[in-house]
Design a protein around this ligand. Structure first.
Ligand code: MLC
Ligand code: AMP
Length: 501
């Protein structure tokens, strides 16, 4: 079934209810308005020739209209492809060339970038603009488009969205996420987290990733519950709205930043029933400090782009810090040794997942898909985990070479490939260091070419239009050679031990 169908009845029976309250614009958008606008945009996409299964790539700032566009793409049976607003031209060029979208929607300031990409790639997409103030060519004459749109029928296995995740080879992979994946995950999370139609979610996450789009918005749409919709996380804005909300979802940086605010208190949280954290490990000390300050135990859950959410601490029952809780109903989690043997209680190994939440594979990369699934259908997450005697799962490390900074993933290989292109650079190793605000930051060990000169700012400058800013290293170490083991593999653990904290 088309995911939108499962939202639509609620939208129609709650037409005048507030869907989005937007304090920065002093604006409220009802479910009826969201329904109408998404129908009109779906008609417009139809008019542009968008067919079911075709991709609509979207790189825009957060706005109510951006959410209507997401819903419109679902309604049209097309595939939603959200892109981080921090992505730079080289990154965007790869996504467009790989996904071949029929339509790209972005900001006016990106016209030149996408015009060049269209010329270079030969992908003949329509380009539309959308600004955060409800203007742009996507919305031009929108009221002349029909108010009704018959949602295109989709099966559970049809692709609703493609989200790119980088990989250990440095080449991003498009995770194909189906209507069934999204609906099953939204339903199970609604139940597990006791969601009600009178919940009010304080939404401060970006809407181009799983957390802010699928977890936060799909649950709210499914329950026709209100979101207080902030353009981004800003501690002062969050403090100002907390008393009007019942639930907050965030990455750990949200919680450490709130704790750094002297005005943040239990009194401000008086109407809150749930604080949820995910996308990166929540430190036990943050959990404890938060509990002491507010009386609330943050509920930590675990997920990823390819799987949606897999495990969650309970709503009722022990929320155990340092764990990500129990596997969600319908989702199996197992811990496996290097030899492929299922491990027992407290044994650390490769964490694998199977269930209706697990994606369909990587877009046009059948070999990569095959390599990441076991023969019995478990997805190999690349996380290292263990399960205790009560069934609580802990993420204890990663087999994949990945840095998570403020909830954004950075694959070192992608950064190394860019810096290695510099003539003065012989080789590099990118690794994570401990960052008080973001959890981890990006560091690079650089071996220069003989006799060459290079500075930190040369490297930053070189990366600037090739990598999103959050991927660019902030710590630079220059070495005569990289530490390697006898097999010649770079030992990043040595770099992390020496320079990582
Ligand atoms: C911003 N910057 C970052 C950064 N965010 N650097 C490293 N890591 C980050 N996460 C940099 C910018 O490039 C900029 O650099 C400077 O910091 C200030 O930018 P900003 O936009 O003002 O930052 P700020 O608003 O403070 O953003 C920080 C943040 C944001 C933590 C609020 O990054 C955020 O909302 N993160 C959430 C990410 C998320 O949604 N992840 C979920 C993925 S889904 P310069 O050089 O320009 O000054 C997933 C699955 C799952 O993982 O389980 O959920
Ligand atoms: P992404 O590829 O952006 O979807 O990120 C998914 C990765 O984030 C997972 O594979 C984990 O490594 C990490 N992750 C998500 N939630 C948690 C959590 N609660 N604790 C630790 N790591 C997490």
């Amino acid at each position: 079934m088309n995911l939108f169908e499962s939202f639509h009845d609620g939208f129609q029976s709650s037409r005048s209810k507030v869907a989005l309250s937007v304090p920065e614009q002093d604006r409220q958008v009802s479910f009826g308005e969201l329904d109408l606008l998404s129908a009109r945009i779906a008609n417009k996409l139809n008019g542009l020739g968008v067919k079911p299964g075709e991709r609509v790539a979207v790189q825009v700032d957060k706005s109510p209209e951006a959410l209507a566009l997401y819903l419109a793409v679902l309604r049209a049976g097309a595939v939603y492809l959200p892109l981080n607003t921090a992505y730079m031209p080289d990154e965007l060029s790869y996504f467009v060339t790989n996904a071949e979208p029929k339509v790209v929607v972005s900001k006016k300031s990106q016209v030149d970038v996408f015009t060049k990409i269209r010329g270079d790639s030969g992908v003949d997409f329509e380009f539309m603009t959308l600004e955060s103030n409800a203007s742009g060519t996507l919305l031009d004459d929108i009221s002349s488009f029909g108010e009704a749109f018959e949602t295109i029928s989709r099966s559970d296995d049809d692709i609703a969205a493609i989200l790119y995740t980088s990989g250990t080879t440095g080449r991003p992979k498009g995770a194909m996420i189906s209507h069934g994946n999204l609906l099953s995950n939204a339903k199970v999370l609604s139940r597990q987290w006791g969601w009600k139609s009178d919940d009010v979610l304080l939404h401060a996450l970006p809407i181009f990733h799983v957390h802010g789009l699928f977890v936060a918005c799909n649950i709210s749409f499914l329950n026709t519950s209100e979101m207080i919709y902030l353009s981004k996380f800003d501690a002062q804005m969050v403090l100002a709205e907390l008393a009007n909300a019942t639930v907050l979802m965030g990455v750990p940086t949200f919680y450490t930043r709130l704790l750094n605010e002297p005005d943040f208190s239990g009194e401000l949280c008086r109407n809150m029933r749930l604080f949820i954290s995910g996308s990166a490990p929540l430190l036990e000390e943050t959990f404890e400090e938060f509990k002491e300050r507010t009386g609330h135990s943050i509920l930590e859950r675990y997920g990823m782009t390819e799987t949606g959410m897999n495990a969650s601490n309970p709503l009722d029952g022990d929320r155990v810090p340092g764990t990500v809780g129990l596997p969600l109903p319908g989702t199996e989690i197992r811990i496996v040794s290097d030899q492929g043997v299922n491990l027992g209680v407290e044994e650390v190994g490769s964490l694998q997942v199977r269930g209706p939440n697990v994606f369909k594979g990587y877009w046009r990369m059948p070999e990569k898909t095959e390599a990441d699934f076991t023969v019995d259908g478990f997805f190999i997450t690349g996380d290292l985990g263990k399960i205790d005697e009560n069934g609580y799962v802990s993420i204890v490390g990663r087999e994949k070479d990945l840095i998570i900074s403020g909830g954004y993933n950075i694959y070192p290989k992608e950064v190394e490939l860019v810096i290695n292109e510099m003539p003065a650079v012989n080789e590099t190793a990118v690794f994570g260091y401990k960052h008080a605000d973001f959890g981890e930051g990006v560091a690079v060990a650089v071996v220069k070419e003989n006799g060459a000169e290079i500075t930190d700012s040369n490297i930053i400058e070189y990366c600037r239009d090739k990598l999103a800013a959050y991927k660019i290293p902030r710590v630079f170490i220059y070495m005569d050679e990289l530490p390697r083991n006898t097999m010649g593999k770079v030992q990043k653990n040595i770099l992390r031990d020496k320079y990582g904290s």
